[in-house]
Design a protein around this ligand. Structure first.
Ligand SMILES: Cc1cc2nc3c(=O)[nH]c(=O)nc-3n(C[C@H](O)[C@H](O)[C@H](O)COP(=O)(O)O)c2cc1C
Length: 191
């Protein structure tokens, strides 16, 4: 592992979607980010994930879908709430939905396939941040909405693992407390 890789892993921070702006990745950078995301541990090469891109006007159009679904699924959302939903995907120049797709009738447990989708999300985060972009992996309400599932065209075996917002950080995020190794690491001992 190169020094720059370990430094990146030790320093990386998410940037809130609200603190992202232009520019986003260009074509070549986006291809690198997506290729890195597809290069994750994947038991039996199932590719138990797929990616849906939202760029340009598609972000605006998807915002209209979010507002519509919000109106259908929530009791009397306020005008401000609907406005927030309509603008949600405009927070960053690129949003990528990472879709976990679990194959049945394969000798790989669902748990492993879902974990691989999480790894794809994190590789996407790492690749985009290594290229200098601010990134946020979030789900928010619309990852779990039936109406949004339909709008995304998800199959029964598919779930949103995350929406990855990618752009340029307008401000540098502050450091965030992390668990100490004492809190989370133990050495196994025979009983
Ligand atoms: C699966 C998943 C879903 C998340 N969803 C949200 C979310 O909906 N809203 C939110 O504020 N943060 C969410 N987060 C947390 C952010 O991605 C991020 O981890 C957090 O802001 C801390 O930043 P850090 O990456 O610098 O530790 C989610 C994280 C994961 C792993």
């Amino acid at each position: 592992m190169s020094n720059s890789t370990i430094e990146h892993l030790l320093k990386r921070r998410s940037v809130s979607a609200n603190a992202l702006g232009d520019p986003g990745p260009d074509r070549a950078q986006l291809e690198q980010i997506l290729t890195a995301a597809a290069r994750v541990p994947d038991h039996k090469k199932l590719a138990p994930w797929r990616f849906i891109l939202f760029e340009g006007e598609a972000r605006d159009a998807f915002g209209r879908v979010l507002a519509e679904v919000c109106r259908e699924e929530e009791p009397e959302p306020s005008a401000i709430r609907l406005e927030t939903e309509a603008k949600r995907f405009l927070r960053a120049p690129v949003v990528i939905a990472v879709i976990s797709r679990v194959r049945t009738n394969v000798p790989v447990p669902e748990w492993e396939q879902v974990l691989s989708a999480g790894a794809a999300c994190q590789n996407m985060v790492l690749a985009a941040s290594a290229l200098g972009f601010g990134v946020n992996w979030i789900t928010e309400w619309y990852a779990f909405s039936g109406g949004v599932r339909r709008a995304l065209g998800l199959e029964e075996n598919e779930r949103v693992a995350g929406f990855i917002y990618i752009g340029t950080a307008k401000e540098k995020p502050e450091e965030r407390p992390r668990p100490t190794l004492e809190e989370i690491v133990s050495a196994w001992k025979p009983s």
